[in-house]
Design a protein around this ligand. Structure first.
Ligand SMILES: [Zn+2]
Length: 273
């Protein structure tokens, strides 16, 4: 049996109903009618009539071809649909839908940002088979950029460490997170980020899971960690405030569907470090 999601090459002809991820000005078009499926599903001809713009083949999901369509800002959104920030949809999409939505958004920004060779400056062309842009002048091949980040929930007994980051919505606290540096492994990145942001040492790291975070091209690698030593001292730059929270005193937390919320929920359910 085929996997639920396949990143296969585009077929010669798009047959059957297409699962569509339509993007306009960075927003995903969804149905405004809650009795209808959230994401548009149409045959190719109807899809092209309703949603003008470039069509990018993404693969197959649950037996259907999946495409994204990129509409220009001035294109009229068909009645019954409206654009929404993908971050606000995360709790409404299935895991598979979020993977495909992430793929759509990331491939779009990657194509937009890699129209020219970063080595010699010539205009690039899409690779015939791979997801890549190739330079016809120097043959340098540019693949989509995926940037790994670590995210960590530190626990100490019956408390967890949550932090308010610069740029967070007011009152919201979350796990510590940061970009991985060239050369390091994820475990080192966890130790380093926790130290840099709060001056704490942690131990007993346990991998929790991962999530694509296409804003613009992160891959979150989530870990539980146990407090080892130190006093919480926020760096004051990335982390404005941080502290220990008991399960009955939790602050405003990240939205359902995000990996940070999943880390916290798994600790609440007894699955933490
Ligand atoms: Zn080149």
């Amino acid at each position: 049996m085929a996997p639920e999601i396949e990143f296969c090459p585009a077929p010669q002809q798009l047959e059957g109903e297409l699962q569509l991820f339509v993007i306009q000005q960075g927003r995903l078009l969804i149905s405004s009618d809650q009795s209808q499926p959230l994401l548009p599903v149409f045959r190719a001809g109807m899809a092209r009539m309703l949603f003008p713009g470039e069509l990018i083949y993404l693969g197959r999901m649950e037996g259907r071809h999946v495409c994204s369509i990129v509409m220009d800002a001035q294109d009229v959104v068909p009645e019954g649909y409206h654009g929404e920030d993908l971050r606000r949809l995360i709790h409404m999409l299935s895991r598979r839908e979020f993977i495909m939505a992430s793929r759509a958004v990331q491939l779009l920004s990657w194509r937009h940002n890699h129209g020219f060779c970063s080595r010699c400056g010539a205009a690039t062309q899409a690779h015939g088979r791979d997801t890549a842009m190739v330079c016809p002048s120097c043959q340098y091949t540019q693949y989509p950029r995926i940037t790994p980040c670590i995210i960590t929930l530190v626990s100490r007994g019956d408390q967890i460490l949550l932090a308010h980051g610069a740029g967070f919505p007011p009152g919201m606290f979350s796990c510590l997170a940061g970009f991985m540096e060239p050369g390091e492994d994820a475990e080192h990145a966890v130790q380093r980020e926790v130290w840099e942001e709060t001056q704490l040492r942690v131990r007993n790291l346990r991998y929790h899971g991962s999530q694509s975070w296409p804003f613009p091209h992160s891959l979150m690698l989530a870990f539980h960690a146990e407090y080892d030593a130190g006093e919480v001292c926020p760096d004051g730059v990335e982390i404005i405030e941080a502290g220990w929270f008991a399960r009955d005193q939790l602050p405003l937390m990240p939205p359902q569907g995000s990996i940070s919320r999943s880390l916290i929920d798994s600790w609440l359910q007894g699955g933490g470090a």
